[in-house]
Design a binder for this molecule. Sequence first.
Ligand SMILES: Cc1cc2nc3c(=O)[nH]c(=O)nc-3n(C[C@H](O)[C@H](O)[C@H](O)COP(=O)(O)OP(=O)(O)OC[C@H]3O[C@@H](n4cnc5c(N)ncnc54)[C@H](O)[C@@H]3O)c2cc1C
Ligand SMILES: *[C@@H]1O[C@H](CO)[C@@H](O)[C@H](O)[C@H]1NC(C)=O
Ligand SMILES: *[C@@H]1O[C@H](CO)[C@@H](O)[C@H](O)[C@H]1NC(C)=O
Ligand SMILES: *[C@@H]1O[C@H](CO)[C@@H](O)[C@H](O)[C@H]1NC(C)=O
Length: 506
Amino acid sequence: MAIETETFLEYLVVEYRWVIVILALLPMSAAWKLWSIIRNYVVFKMNSAPKMHDDKVKEVQRQIKEWLSGDKSTHLCTARPTWQTMSFRHSMYKRTFTNIQINLVDVLEVDKENMTVRCEPLVTMGQLSRTLAPLGLALPVVPELDQLTVGGLVMGTGVETTSHVHGLFQHVCLEYELVLADGSVVNCSKDENADLFYAVPWSYGTLGFLTSVVIKVIPAKKYVRIHYYPFNNLSDLAKRFSQESLKPNPHQFVEALLYTRDSGVLMLGDMVDEVGRDGKLNPIGVWHAEWFFKQVEKHLKRKRTAIEYIPLRDYYHRHTRSLFWELQDIISFGNNFIFRYLFGWLMPPEVSLLKLTQPEAVTKLYNKAHVIQDMLIPIELLEKAIAFFHDEFEVYPIWLCPFKIFNNPGQLKIKPGEESQMFVDIGVYGVPKAKGFETIASTRHVESFVIQNQGFQMLYADTYTTREEFRQMFDHKLYDRVRASLPNCKEAFPEIYDKVNRNVRK
Ligand SMILES: Cc1cc2nc3c(=O)[nH]c(=O)nc-3n(C[C@H](O)[C@H](O)[C@H](O)COP(=O)(O)OP(=O)(O)OC[C@H]3O[C@@H](n4cnc5c(N)ncnc54)[C@H](O)[C@@H]3O)c2cc1C
Ligand SMILES: *[C@@H]1O[C@H](CO)[C@@H](O)[C@H](O)[C@H]1NC(C)=O
Ligand SMILES: *[C@@H]1O[C@H](CO)[C@@H](O)[C@H](O)[C@H]1NC(C)=O
Ligand SMILES: *[C@@H]1O[C@H](CO)[C@@H](O)[C@H](O)[C@H]1NC(C)=O
């Protein structure tokens, strides 16, 4: 990265961070991963988690009752340390709120008859796909990165390349079990406590503590057949991308990566059981494989469409090993074949460990010259939005993922009268090259573009909106009503805005 750093020491820390990452973080990450896989496998096989679950919920209740019996002068939050979450930021409220330990890490039950899985909130996507795959099952929406948790995806949001069919992660969840601020346990679904059920997504833990979730599952096949279509014209790409997303019988997976303002690759995929003769098998998850976004870029250079077969789990976690393209800024030679053959099997470092060991100099740099944003825009505005983002940020690659929002009650309002509306997630991660980029001003411009166009911003990232703008972006009618109706809720939890705005994060 070309950067201006203030001192020689800062220069060393930033330029040579990879030394620490390789020597310490990679082995620690691998050991942690191995331990979790074994532990989760044993617990799931022994079926001990369901028996323990009720006791763990009681323990959450006990902690809340203890708070209730005090003067209730502090708010409540989960005790999960901020370095463990995927968001690049540290939330400052953890230090002042009463921390509630939620040690709920297991898959509770897979119900093949009703095609559901019941999980505790700290179950990760990697853990879940690993548990479901041998049973021939998958979640309809599998947000990419191994370490994303069910709780974070419910309370925040989650999206994937199947979301143009199934909606966001919240739309494949059927039931939530919560411990509320008065210490009671409730279940909610579209038929039971419906207001609460619809207010929970995007509430960021400000209505209650999630203790289990029932999620839909679907039958899985072994491979994803992907058809790559390179484009050298943004209008053409945007038009085709929308058509494919809105079709009555669309492909199961739709995604695009933009490499410049005018060039990108559209990917259309479907699950299949066998590798066909029209393309070759590409196990992109093997330890020495090239980073996926680099492989996709080759199709652009070749200027030809191509077909490949990718093993299903490899596909689901295709951007995990390079953390989309964030890792290239930390280990610039990470995709070099020598590095891949030597250390590829250790990749990626855990985001949590990266955060825990991030030196102040790197944080400063990220604040000054790094964008991480997912902006959710009505799909017909894709081309216009890319032009706008280009002027403000100029960061490539850009991730494009179509998704549907159903017209449910809750924080996300769509066009009135429609049953659902198609959006696109525009993911911008990297070092901005736009002339005149200035973190706050540029992000504010983009945020107002999003609000004016009835879009949304993912809240794991920095939001610089004011409270009024935030309430314009997210409808608070149902949310406010639910908060007013739940006993002790306002004493126990701040509003969403007060947990996510840039001023309360470091
Ligand atoms: C590198 C990176 C890659 C990403 N990739 C994707 C992607 O591919 N697809 C995608 O959809 N999203 C992606 N995201 C965004 C992701 O959806 C959010 O970060 C999401 O909130 C999940 O994060 P988490 O599991 O770390 O949850 P956390 O950050 O731990 O939690 C999010 C919020 O939920 C609350 N919460 C969590 N558990 C509970 C509970 N049990 N009870 C009450 N409240 C709770 C927390 O208080 C917090 O406010 C990515 C983010 C990053 C940083
Ligand atoms: C499936 O759901 C039905 C109705 O909700 C329920 O009666 C049945 O017990 C469930 N099946 C299993 C295996 O739990
Ligand atoms: C909530 O639902 C789960 C099953 O999904 C059940 O085991 C539990 O008893 C229910 N809790 C309440 C309070 O009804
Ligand atoms: C892209 O293609 C459209 C027609 O589909 C054309 O009008 C436009 O000029 C092209 N843009 C570029 C940059 O080539």
